[in-house]
Design a protein around this ligand. Structure first.
Ligand code: ZN
Length: 250
């Protein structure tokens, strides 16, 4: 490892970067890169603490704004123990440009999402238990709570074409993007969950929220037959959120 000092900022901003850092990457703002890495570490640890990922599973990636690069977690690495020096930087083709560890085996899926959904600045993949119940069954999560409409616009879809973890199949990657264009969360059949957010905070909130929604829905299905919101009710709730919910944006 080498230390790189950002000339614009004081010595407190000395950041550790791997020695194999790519030449083009040297143009990336160091303070910005440090912030993105902190986001990825924070999300990884929070996913672990919230029990949305276990062992070495789960993946977090965030695009470095204004660049073709993505910071991603390494493969086979416990999210609860991750530090900035463990992270890998890849380009949108999935090629490693910086880092001493192998990137996630889900790198092709993550970079494909970053590349094809412009709002997807941060992408999170979990095996969160209750949402995974629906994914195992190949079932979408029906829309039975208002927060599901607020955050995901309605049902949480299941990806239509999907085979195995680590897929590089273009049709399957397109199918994942297609599902994520319906909702900012989707289910990977017999595997888990993929969500994105415009910010790191939103992506983490979405990962937590999809699990909460799935948990309530699983219990509702055990105890009875929950009634889904109709299309008209969904439109009402969408309008409600748009016009009345939350603070005005500055
Ligand atoms: Zn997985």
């Amino acid at each position: 490892m080498i230390l790189i000092r950002d000339s614009v900022h004081d010595s407190l901003n000395m950041i550790m970067f791997p020695e194999n850092i790519g030449a083009s990457l040297l143009n990336v703002d160091r303070v910005l890169l440090d912030k993105i890495m902190e986001d990825v570490v924070y999300i990884s640890k929070t996913l672990f603490e919230e029990r949305l990922v276990k062992g070495t599973f789960g993946v977090v990636s965030e695009r470095i704004p204004g660049t073709e690069y993505v910071v991603i977690t390494p493969t086979g690495f416990k999210k609860g123990k991750i530090v900035k020096e463990n992270l890998v930087i890849v380009d949108l083709g999935g090629r490693v440009v910086s880092g001493n560890l192998k990137p996630s085996t889900e790198t092709p899926m993550h970079v494909f999402i970053h590349k094809n959904i412009k709002e997807a600045n941060c992408v999170v993949h979990t095996h969160s238990p209750m949402a995974t119940v629906f994914s195992i069954l190949g079932r979408e999560i029906p829309c039975v709570t208002p927060e599901q409409v607020f955050n995901f616009g309605g049902k949480i879809p299941i990806v239509k074409k999907y085979s195995y973890p680590g897929t590089t199949n273009i049709e399957e990657l397109e199918s994942i993007v297609e599902a994520l264009k319906i909702s900012r969360a989707a289910l990977l059949p017999k595997h888990g969950v993929i969500v994105y957010g415009e910010t790191a905070e939103e992506a983490l909130d979405n990962a937590i929220l999809v699990e909460d929604i799935a948990t309530s829905t699983v219990f509702a299905l055990i105890l009875g037959q929950p009634e889904e919101f109709t299309e008209e009710e969904i439109r009402y709730l969408q309008k409600f959120k748009e016009l009345r919910y939350g603070q005005k944006k500055p």
